[in-house]
Write a protein of this length. Structure first.
Length: 181
């Protein structure tokens, strides 16, 4: 009997260790990002919000922020958090982004077998968001959370390990929620 308990204990400790290793730690956005204040200022808009928390960048590294107003939509913007200084939101070097769309609605995504990927999630504060896990379909689509506040659709997207993707994106969404809703 001792042997079974011992093996169970070792297996539990190993699983806990792997889950701790797989979890992404979140850090303050302003500490992890270079050029964020300048990127937000470049939009010349009154109301611009970013999550207070983002995944920790690679060791001895930072994200580089770039921002743009969406063409032909004066109240909409996109802020990219990039892995390189000269990325400027290109898909191959973007770590994540937050964007807005006036009068937009969340998109429900389906896989190639026509199974719904997008999940409706109720946040602790009662808000409803739509989470879509990362997936490959013609291109790679990072995990994303979308929600509406008033007439604005917010989209938060980030490249994350699948093991922590949903939890990290929802924590980031919670850190942005009070700023926009």
């Amino acid at each position: 009997m001792k042997s079974v308990k011992y093996h169970y204990f070792l297996l539990s400790a190993l699983c806990l260790g792997f889950s701790a290793y797989a979890a992404t730690s979140l850090v303050a956005t302003d500490k992890a990002t270079q050029g964020l204040t300048e990127a937000i200022a470049s939009l010349k808009m009154n109301k611009v919000a970013v999550p207070s928390l983002v995944p920790a960048p690679a060791a001895n590294s930072r994200y580089f922020a770039s921002a743009e107003r969406i063409p032909n939509r004066s109240d909409d913007y996109s802020i990219s958090f990039d892995n390189t200084a000269d990325c400027h939101g290109a898909q191959y070097c973007r770590a994540g982004s937050v964007s807005t769309e006036l009068q937009g609605n969340p998109t429900i995504y389906f896989d190639m077998q026509n199974q719904e990927l997008t999940q409706r999630v109720i946040l602790p504060k009662g808000g409803v968001v739509y989470y879509t896990p990362s997936h490959a379909m013609g291109s790679f689509w990072p995990g994303r959370v979308e929600w509406r506040c008033g007439t604005t659709l917010y989209t938060l997207s980030w490249v994350l390990p699948q093991t922590s993707e949903r939890g990290d994106l929802l924590q980031m969404t919670n850190s942005l929620w009070d700023k926009v809703c």
